[in-house]
Design a protein around this ligand. Sequence first.
Ligand code: PEP
Length: 252
Amino acid sequence: MRKKVVAGNWKMNTTPVEGVELAKAVVAGKGSVCSCVNFIVCPPFTHLSEVMKVTRGTGIAVGAQNCAAEAKGAYTGEVSAAMIASLGVEYVILGHSERRQYYGETSATLNKKMEQAFANNLAPIYCVGENLAEREAGKHFEVVKAQIEEVVFNLTAAQFEKLIIAYEPVWAIGTGKTATAEQAQEIHAYIREVLRSKFGAKADDTVILYGGSAKPSNAPELFSKPDVDGGLIGGAALVADDFLAIGKSFSK
Ligand code: PEP
């Protein structure tokens, strides 16, 4: 049985005070959701320390949205994996399409970030996904395969065991358009097959999340699919009731 995970990517939203309120509301409502669901909240860097105080001991894990590619030193404006991990943060989102698109993150950069994350015991949530033109050209399989081969295939078996993958079609992120449950299942199963070609049966335990305009109304159908192990949630993670309702969507 794979873990069920619902992770919230708050992106560049909320002030620290608002973020603490949001985290408190998630903590307060968690009891209404099956304890089989693993919640992760990923606030901006500035909130991590205070959000950790709210979530510690509650079973809700915290992730960062990014980390530096280097360990330390003269990299103005960067935040290292060690700094993040020192707060008790357990996860880091890497390779989000907004980072790839707006900040030019390549597989080369992501390999370095992965290395930093693992060196500091942060479990990466590695995002893959095609853009609209790639989907329309029928290239989505090859795009995600390359994103996996160029980064995930460099991991050791022990590192791979800690990895979470998020399939996020770029055309569905923040657009209100969602992949159908069938489209999600098709590509999640494909991703697992690609992972199996390198890591064998360990891929059967890999958590693969769907991301892209997931909300309480569409999560039950998405999560009913055998290879969809939960969601990476953007907009709907900013409303505690919606985030919790998504956690209640698991029927399996
Ligand atoms: C995301 O950016 O990770 C995401 C899935 O966003 P949204 O849910 O808002 O589409």
